[in-house]
Design a protein. Structure first.
Length: 194
């Protein structure tokens, strides 16, 4: 069976005043996006630039104020992101996440993705930050990131074969020479880490 993913038509987004990069939008705008989202085959969504796949994108911060950084290995499915570094954990919202309340559909997807990718000792808080929209690459043109910060006591990657992990503080980010994927650069600027 083909994977289905949650998407929003760009024409819905055209009525929203946000910029290419990072934008803070009100809760009612998020609700409008979620209310107008629907599922289509991922194969279609990956090449249809009239739609954006809605992706929960969560930055994980521990008690020492360090941020989890992962590097995608060649075992990871999205070939266009191999070897790049990321500060975002997340992924597609799928039909298994569906609820009659569209907002819960989104949060079910966010929760499922976090639990698939991480062992989290204790999630202390989950804070909405804003939206990531980046039209600069083939991958990012068909995705819309919903950025959050999760404060945890500790976390560890589940899929060691798909990701290498490290934890960096603000000073270490300034000296880090790894190549971050586009959304991570946007997220780190929005969080004023770089």
């Amino acid at each position: 069976m083909k994977e289905k993913v949650w998407v929003i038509d760009n024409e819905i987004l055209n009525g929203i005043n946000f910029f290419n990069g990072f934008t803070i939008v009100e809760q009612n705008i998020l609700e409008k996006i979620f209310k107008n989202a629907y599922f289509i085959d991922r194969d279609l969504a990956e090449t249809d630039e009239s739609k954006k796949q809605i992706i929960p994108y969560v930055v994980i911060k521990d008690e020492k104020n360090k941020i989890l950084v992962v590097q995608r290995t060649k075992n990871q499915t999205e070939k266009r992101l191999h070897n790049l570094y990321s500060v975002g954990i997340g992924g597609h919202v799928n039909p298994i996440d569906e609820n009659e309340n569209p907002e819960l559909t989104f949060y079910n997807g966010l929760n499922r993705e976090l639990n698939e990718e991480l062992f989290i000792d204790k999630l202390k808080s989950l804070e909405y930050v804003g939206l990531i929209l980046d039209d600069s690459t083939e991958v990012s043109r068909v995705h819309l990131g919903v950025l959050f910060i999760a404060n945890v006591t500790n976390a560890d990657i589940r899929e060691k074969e798909n990701f290498n992990e490290l934890w960096l503080n603000e000073m270490e980010f300034k000296n880090f020479n790894g190549n971050f994927e586009g959304w991570s650069k946007i997220a780190l600027r929005a969080l004023e880490v770089i």
